[in-house]
Design a protein around this ligand. Structure first.
Ligand code: GLA
Length: 383
């Protein structure tokens, strides 16, 4: 069996078959996996994601009005510039158009064809891949050259302000800024970032659980974190964010809060420390140490943040028993993918052990993906 054509050639083919013309600009943007630092990017904390070698491709040309086509949808959709969001995938693209317009960097109209190798709903940020790639092509069609920071900002505001998803800034930032062979150490509090060498293959084991509680759970956690911050400011008025709480003050903070706010704060403070330790471990190429931090992060996400699920806990336990360096549920939580770091020579065996342990309980074999740290958005003018 031959592999299906990659998203780049599918997007071009989709564009040509719909409009009998060549696209003028094409851009691709990757999905992402967060190595560690979960639920910190809306708490002013540090995160450590990588972009992955699975991409979303947008092929575009100028036109009258805005018409969008996805390979997942049989129909083209035409959207008026000033329409409200309507719960359709094209809202993400209209949001990008609107945000670019505020910067004076939107074309008057465009046709966009979208193809993707980033699985939707798996916690790999297919939405940031789409909005970042779209920001790039649409600004190029308008003759503008945005910085990676501007592209990330447009993509973030399109998703957060226009579509109304209460995400943090991690996904769009790494998708716009990543380089191959590195992870992005990004401080959501200051906006500062640095690249940390990381060239390992990461395995992702799919829990198969999709968005069961994701949106509701995510919004509830954000609200809990906001309440906890307000309460802690009664004691420390200058505290800028939960992630800024010094570990030496954690015990005092926990005494001021009742359950579940205390647990949420403990996750944020201990996870912030783990991200710092993870950056140091990667710089020294200490994968065993990195792996232990992943296991600790999973425990914290499961017990303190209560954002795991049975399927993920089972996979993480199986990874530990099979001798992985580390494993944890990555992304928003309550489903999606478990990421696994293991020595290359054991990785296949670890994957099979995890699949068997999962199948014995759930009666199905979870899919395993291998991904590598890849570059962020890139584009080409085709004429
Ligand atoms: C989702 C959001 C991110 C981040 C993670 C949790 O992926 O889009 O901004 O908050 O959850 O770390």
């Amino acid at each position: 069996m031959t592999d299906p054509p990659r998203a780049a050639s599918r997007a071009g083919a989709l564009f040509r078959s719909a409009w009998r013309a060549e696209p003028a600009v094409t851009a691709s943007a990757p999905g992402r996996v967060n190595l560690i630092g979960e639920h910190l990017d809306y708490n002013g904390g540090p995160v450590l994601p990588i972009a992955i070698d699975r991409r979303t491709v947008v092929a575009a040309a100028p036109a009258r009005g805005f018409t969008f086509l996805s390979e997942l949808d049989a129909e083209c959709v035409t959207r008026a510039f000033d329409e409200d969001p309507r719960g359709h995938w094209s809202d993400y693209l209209l949001g990008v158009v609107r945000e670019l317009h505020r910067l004076g960097a939107a074309p008057r109209g465009a046709r966009l064809a979208v193809a993707s190798d980033v699985p939707a709903g798996g916690g790999l940020s297919s939405s940031a891949a789409l909005t970042v790639a779209a920001s790039h092509v649409l600004s190029r069609l308008a003759g503008a050259r945005l910085t990676p920071g501007q592209v990330a900002g447009v993509a973030y505001r399109a998703e957060h302000d226009f579509v109304g998803v209460r995400c943090g800034t991690m996904d769009q930032t790494v998708v716009a800024r990543a380089r191959a062979g590195s992870a992005l150490s990004y401080d959501s509090g200051t906006g500062l970032f640095e690249r940390v060498p990381f060239d390992a293959t990461v395995r992702l084991v799919d829990t198969g659980v999709r968005h069961r509680l994701m949106a509701a759970g995510y919004n509830r956690r954000r609200a809990e974190c906001e309440t906890a911050l307000r309460r802690l400011r009664e004691r420390w008025p200058a505290l800028p964010s939960l992630a800024a709480l010094a570990p030496s003050r954690l015990d005092d903070a926990l005494r001021l809060l009742e359950a579940p706010l205390a647990q949420r704060v403990r996750h944020v403070v201990t996870e912030t420390a783990r991200v710092g330790a993870a950056v140091r471990a990667l710089r020294r190429r200490r994968m065993g140490e990195m792996g232990r931090l992943l296991f600790d992060a999973h425990r914290s996400m499961a017990s303190d943040f209560e954002a795991s699920c049975e399927e993920a806990d089972l996979l993480v336990t199986a990874a530990a028993e099979a001798g992985a360096w580390g494993a944890r549920l990555t992304g928003a939580g309550w489903g999606g993918m478990v990421l696994v770091l293991a020595p290359d020579r054991h990785a296949a065996r670890v994957g099979v052990s995890m699949q068997r342990a999962f199948a014995a309980v759930h009666g199905r074999t979870p899919r395993v993906w291998s991904v590598r740290p890849a570059a962020g958005v890139r584009g080409t003018m085709t004429d």
